[in-house]
Design a protein around this ligand. Sequence first.
Ligand SMILES: C[S@@+](CC[C@H](N)C(=O)[O-])C[C@H]1O[C@@H](n2cnc3c(N)ncnc32)[C@H](O)[C@@H]1O
Length: 258
Amino acid sequence: MVIGNGDRQPKEGVEMTDVGEVWIVGIGPGDPEYLTVKAMKLIEEADYVAGFKQALKVVENMIKGKALVMDYANEDEVLNFIASQERAGKKCVICCYGDPNFSDKQFVEKIKSMCKNVKVVPGISSVQVACAEAGLAMEESLFITFHKSGSIDEEKEELLRAVKEGRRSVIVLPRPWDFMPKDIARFLIDNGVSKDLEVMVFENLTLRGERAYVCKLSDLLSAEHGDLSIVILRGASRLNDVVLLNGSLRTRHANEMS
Ligand SMILES: C[S@@+](CC[C@H](N)C(=O)[O-])C[C@H]1O[C@@H](n2cnc3c(N)ncnc32)[C@H](O)[C@@H]1O
């Protein structure tokens, strides 16, 4: 049995020379300076480079093959094409924002179900950038993503349990279409969490329009945020002391929020 990426090991019945390759490549949080050398090399060498518009923009200067712009409407069509090109022996890259192992599970599973020879290449996640800014160690935190399709009831339960327990800081990715920071705050407050709980919000990390601030949970109730947002709910284990976000923390309250 092959575990992990199964590097250089063909899947049963498939000769490596007969099939192409599909690489799911993490391209970092948006600023091209966070791209890895490995990612750049794979993108440069690929016959096809697919990805959502925002992701392709990060790597557009490196693409020597053909770029395939994906959106929610043509996702299946593009992935079917990639699968056919893999069978034709081509090298294909599918770009993922950040790291494919952070909140891209459904996308990765879909690609793996359609293509044969799939390898995942890690990138720097927006979550890692948020941790660096917050001075938060991964081992002192819990990561929960709501950015998935289908039910989020279990994730909500887990969030509530972890916040009430209060030991670990909880890093949360909102769901852009129906569970944004204000909905997260409403859900927690309605379920008995203190309005005064301290939270950190990070938006557009490494990109133009980047902002980071600390506020109370209740301040989020009336605040609007863009799709690229991360919320960290403060736990007791490490973050009781004042956190300086790489020396540049701006504390903003609800009346200052745009
Ligand atoms: C489908 S998830 C993919 C996460 C990605 N795999 C990663 O490692 O960053 C998309 C969510 O990640 C978060 N995100 C991605 N890039 C971000 C950035 N530059 N700044 C803040 N949040 C970001 C947002 O919560 C966004 O809705």
